[in-house]
Design a protein around this ligand. Structure first.
Ligand code: FE2
Length: 679
């Protein structure tokens, strides 16, 4: 059945597109230990070479909301991270373990929510950020993972991440939180305010190099000038005044925010080491959007200013929660525009000699970066480990006209019926993509920043061409990220020859009047913004929709080599490559993904497994359970083994926070009574 054939359901409707699955934002916070039911396609048993453990993370709302959706219509991205671990270590069986990630700020949120005694500490949703003007920012660890295995480690370890906070390590066996990566003293907050839970800007995708035994992450801040680009400075002023009620002796507003970017290195055992990154003229690198992802090659670290937003800038979405309707007025002037070009900063690893160890009060060390530019609206990217003749290859997606920091509000209207609100079960979801996404391969000279070669697909839109149907809302990726090696299962793949992507598709019910008008205006005002599809044409296409898909791009030819379109009304997300034992190619394995099946399915939340070299044949196995729910899942990881954590590295929670609460007796008592006993 084609998407178009569904039109007969309602010829008079302005939007005959299949309905997006209601399950997209329907999830609870129950922690599970269950065996999943396996549905086979044909007679095939679950293969014995389907092995290891797949981790998926997704935001699951807050203690207040009790799951998703948020009754308030807040972004699904705002909420605690839930880890889902699928175990394939028993023949013919798949078990599932799920746990919410519980940081110190999680316990502060739980203790203060709805508790009059701690009213002044309570957290509120501010866009994607959950923030307390007295305590600071939540770090929900809800976005991605990074498997690491340093030289002394006998087993792989797993980090869990969020853009607006430091990384943490979890125990792969119990899924309990083990330790933050770096103490509070080793991270610099976005603002010079002594919050107990500082807003720390980092990346959701730090990078690990198993060959050289190093993990890299970043820590950055943005100056007030970046905030000045935002509307409603008067509202921000009120917000800062509110902060000053809690922090009366802190700096003036202008001194609170500063541009800085540190590259941070960790060996898994010792304190963090960092370098302040500067341009060739000695000035600080200024991040204008965010650094959702970093990448590395043998000789270079690649840092990209990505089309996404995070951190305290999110407070602008809902600066004063007590003032109803303010958020709508602010959104009218929101800035969803990307920078005209994507700024890329390349750090030569040879320059990373002795860095600064903030834990040891060492002096700052600067390193000069090479700067280059790529086309705009870049979010996710991967980097080949090999960099012959200093040529660094970047595989990227440009999710054109699709701002991942935006969401459908409860006051949003359908673009088709302007007096009709978007259905309430979709409030909090990403709005519809307003252009076809593009995939690019770029080769940059790491020494000079020269863009040596580039190829981008599609280069024009034709709805009759398959690649143009598959690439609406391309979000999440999978690839064989490690080579099989008995010595070190974390050895990186030298070049990435295949990348698997999922796309969300185009859905009429997610097309809001706001995003249509926004991008129509942007196209008119900003010559740099050149979508392949005009917003008015997107409205026409949205009447029948474009499918959610899973496809493999062969990076050498930049051609879609294999693909699968999910059926109408079904969305697949969060792909993960699972290598077969002794797998010898990047298609020798399986692709597993989360799937929202819509109303027709008995179990609307499912896990599908494809053979990686036969995506077009569809999922061969489907995993379900009456208790299985998840919302819009995000990134994934695969580990061959899980085991109780052996690593000794540990930041004590009490030691980490005691200086931050020492001069406030009530706050100190709150931490002693409500937080420390959990650790
Ligand atoms: Fe990501």
């Amino acid at each position: 059945m084609t998407l178009q054939s569904l039109d007969i359901d309602n010829l008079n409707s302005l939007n005959n597109c299949p309905k997006p699955p209601e399950s997209l934002l329907q999830t609870n916070r129950n922690e599970l230990d269950i065996k999943l039911d396996i549905t086979k396609s044909g007679a095939q048993e679950l293969p014995t070479d389907l092995q290891g453990h797949v981790f998926v993370v997704a935001p699951v709302g807050t203690a207040e909301s009790g799951g998703l959706p948020h009754a308030s219509g807040d972004s699904f991205m705002c909420g605690d991270g839930m880890v889902y671990r699928l175990d394939f270590n028993q023949p013919g069986e798949v078990s599932l373990k799920t746990r919410i990630v519980k940081t110190a700020d999680y316990y502060a949120d739980i203790a203060s929510a709805g508790n009059e005694k701690y009213a002044k500490y309570q957290f509120n949703n501010h866009g994607m950020l959950r923030f307390s003007s007295a305590l600071g920012s939540r770090n929900p660890l809800s976005v991605a993972f990074l498997p690491v295995k340093f030289a002394p480690d006998d087993q792989e370890r797993l980090l869990i991440t969020y853009d607006g906070g430091r990384q943490y390590e979890i125990d792969t066996e119990t899924l309990e939180l083990a330790t933050p990566v770096g103490s509070n003293k080793e991270w610099r907050g976005e603002v010079n305010v002594k919050f107990p839970f500082p807003a720390v800007l980092s990346t959701a995708h730090p990078a690990f190099d198993a060959c050289q035994g190093e993990m890299f992450t970043i820590n950055y801040g943005r100056s007030l000038e970046n905030f000045m680009n935002l509307p409603h400075i008067s509202v921000i002023d009120k917000f800062w005044k509110k902060l000053h009620q809690h922090f009366p002796h802190e700096h003036r507003k202008e001194e609170l925010l500063e541009d800085f970017l540190y590259l941070v290195r960790w060996d898994g055992e010792q304190p963090l080491e960092r370098w302040k990154l500067v341009l060739s003229d000695g000035s600080s690198v200024r991040i204008k959007q965010s650094v959702h992802q970093i990448g590395l090659s043998k000789d270079y670290i690649v840092i990209i200013d990505t089309f996404f937003n995070t951190g305290l800038e999110q407070t602008i979405n809902n600066p004063l929660p007590e003032r109803e309707n303010l958020a709508e007025k602010i959104r009218e002037k929101a800035n969803l525009a990307p920078t005209p070009e994507t700024y890329v900063y390349i750090v030569p690893r040879a320059a990373l000699q002795q860095g600064q160890r903030p834990a040891l009060d060492e002096a700052e060390v600067e390193v000069t970066v090479t700067q280059t530019k790529l086309p705009p609206e870049l979010t996710h990217f991967l980097v080949d480990y090999d960099n012959p003749q200093d040529k660094v290859t970047i595989h990227a997606v440009h999710a054109s006209s699709w701002y991942a920091s935006e969401w459908i509000r409860n006051y949003d209207h359908s673009v088709y019926e302007k007096d009709r609100h978007i259905d309430s079960h979709l409030h909090g979801m990403l709005p519809s993509v307003m252009d076809v996404s593009r995939l690019g391969r770029y080769t940059v000279n790491g020494k000079t920043g020269e863009l040596v070669e580039q190829k981008k697909i599609p280069d024009a839109f034709d709805p009759n061409i398959k690649s143009c149907r598959l690439t609406w809302g391309v979000t999440l990726y999978a690839y064989r990220d490690r080579l099989p090696s008995s010595d070190n299962p974390a050895m990186p793949t030298s070049t990435i020859d295949n990348v698997y992507w999922t796309s969300v598709g185009l859905w009429g019910d997610l097309l809001t009047e706001f995003v249509h008008n926004y991008y129509e205006n942007l196209n008119r005002k900003q010559p740099f913004h050149q979508p392949l599809v005009h917003p008015d044409e997107v409205i026409d296409l949205g009447k029948t929709g474009m499918p959610s898909s899973l496809f493999r791009i062969e990076t050498k030819s930049m051609a879609i080599a294999d693909s699968y379109e999910f059926p109408p009304g079904v969305i697949g997300i969060s792909p993960q490559f699972m290598p077969r034992e002794n797998s010898n190619s990047s298609t020798d394995g399986y692709i597993i993904c989360t799937v929202h099946c819509g109303e027709s399915a008995t179990e609307s939340h499912q896990i599908w497994i494809f053979e990686a070299d036969k995506l077009h044949e569809g999922a061969k196995w489907k995993l379900t359970h009456p208790d299985l729910t998840f919302g819009f899942t995000l990134h994934t990881a695969w580990l061959s083994q899980v085991a109780p954590r052996q690593a000794k590295y540990n930041i004590s929670v009490e030691e980490d926070y005691q200086d931050l609460v020492a001069d406030k007796p009530k706050l100190k008592e709150f931490f002693e009574q409500e937080i420390y006993p959990h650790f």
